[in-house]
Design a protein around this ligand. Structure first.
Ligand SMILES: Cc1cc2nc3c(=O)[nH]c(=O)nc-3n(C[C@H](O)[C@H](O)[C@H](O)COP(=O)(O)O)c2cc1C
Length: 326
């Protein structure tokens, strides 16, 4: 049976729910073309950093207080210019027919947001904002930390008309409240979730080192729950799943939980960008097996809308699970 993988995200029509997420894999025109040829529904470009934009605007880089970090930043800014980034957007738009979504990684709502207009003018279909904010000040309440997101949205929405997706982490006191607030402020989509840099320790060298950069399949667990909860709300904010998708079957799980699209990164580092073909095929075969003609036939079928009181359901599951484990 013929089926269609076509889906909508941020008001755009995608031929597949699979999106290549932001990373070095989306930093050249050749890679973006390969993603399109392999069946990607859209591409999110490697992030431009707030620091790069501020340097571009003011021609001065601010000191972080760590000479080593300042050196790294100065080198990075020199070899990754903002002009090159805008050029990549223009070239991608000229050569690809799938949506092109540039990304900005930021940690403050100040200074840089007006620059988003340049990205819009370069032809971007939408913009993804990766908020890398770490609440490390014990004197600051969670409400103060959350306000940063609202200030950011307010000033961003003044500069661009294209749809905006926020790529967020899962460590909020109340994720659903935050998503509701984003929606009320006009945000079109949320990417759930960002996978932040995490530290590990090398006990031989006695040094802090980065933990695994690429994800594992078992990291899907917390993402599934919150996508299932968020998609059961009565608001129409789009959801793009990110973290732990290593096969078409993994993507199906997120779609069943209620995601509109599914982003992939680590698996493409491991298996190559053209693995998207296999993943699309796996989704299509499963749909044929189940008799589904389109993504809309099964999207969100397993979300939490089926549970009147999701909190009670979760607690019962928890009790069942742990009391039955010998
Ligand atoms: C090497 C590498 C570079 C990344 N760079 C970015 C980036 O520039 N901006 C961003 O928003 N996410 C970045 N990410 C995060 C990915 O977009 C993605 O959200 C994360 O890897 C989880 O998805 P996965 O399990 O499919 O890898 C990067 C990930 C990796 C592995």
């Amino acid at each position: 049976m013929e089926n269609s993988l076509s889906t909508k995200y941020l008001g755009l029509t995608l031929k597949s729910p699979l999106i290549v997420s932001s990373s070095r894999l989306t930093s050249t025109l050749g890679q973006l073309k390969e993603a399109e040829d392999s069946g990607a529904g859209a591409v999110v470009l490697k992030s431009l950093f707030e620091e790069q934009i501020n340097y571009y605007i003011h021609s001065v880089s601010s000191s972080s207080g760590y000479p080593e970090a300042d050196d790294y930043l100065a080198n990075y800014i020199q070899s990754n210019s903002v002009d090159n980034y805008l050029d990549l957007i223009r070239k991608a738009k000229g050569n690809l027919s799938i949506p092109v979504i540039p990304s900005i990684n930021c940690f403050t709502p100040r200074g840089w947001t007006g620059f988003a207009k340049n990205i819009e003018e370069a032809g971007a279909d939408a913009i993804e904002i990766n908020v890398f904010f770490m609440p490390v000040d014990r004197k600051k309440s969670s409400a103060e930390s959350e306000k940063l997101y609202f200030d950011l949205i307010e000033s961003l929405k003044k500069s661009v008309k294209i749809p905006v997706a926020l790529k967020i982490g899962y460590r909020f006191s109340n994720i659903l409240f935050m998503i509701d607030q984003f929606y009320n402020r006009g945000i079109e989509g949320v990417v759930m979730f960002n996978r932040f840099y995490e530290p590990d320790v090398d006990i031989n060298k006695m040094e802090i080192i980065p933990a695994a950069i690429l994800s594992k399949e078992n990291e899907r667990r917390y993402v599934l729950r919150w996508i299932g909860m968020a998609s059961a709300q009565d608001i129409r904010i789009d959801i793009s799943a990110s973290t732990g998708v290593h096969s078409g079957q993994d993507a199906i799980k997120y779609l069943l939980a209620g995601a509109d699209t599914v982003q992939v990164c680590s698996v493409l580092y491991n298996k190559g960008i053209d693995y998207l073909k296999t993943m699309n095929q796996q989704i299509s075969e499963w749909m044929s097996l189940k008799g589904f003609k389109g993504i809309g036939d099964f999207r969100g079928k397993l979300n939490y809308a089926n549970y009147e009181k999701p909190g009670v359901f979760e607690r019962t599951q928890f009790m069942k699970y742990f009391s039955s484990f010998e």
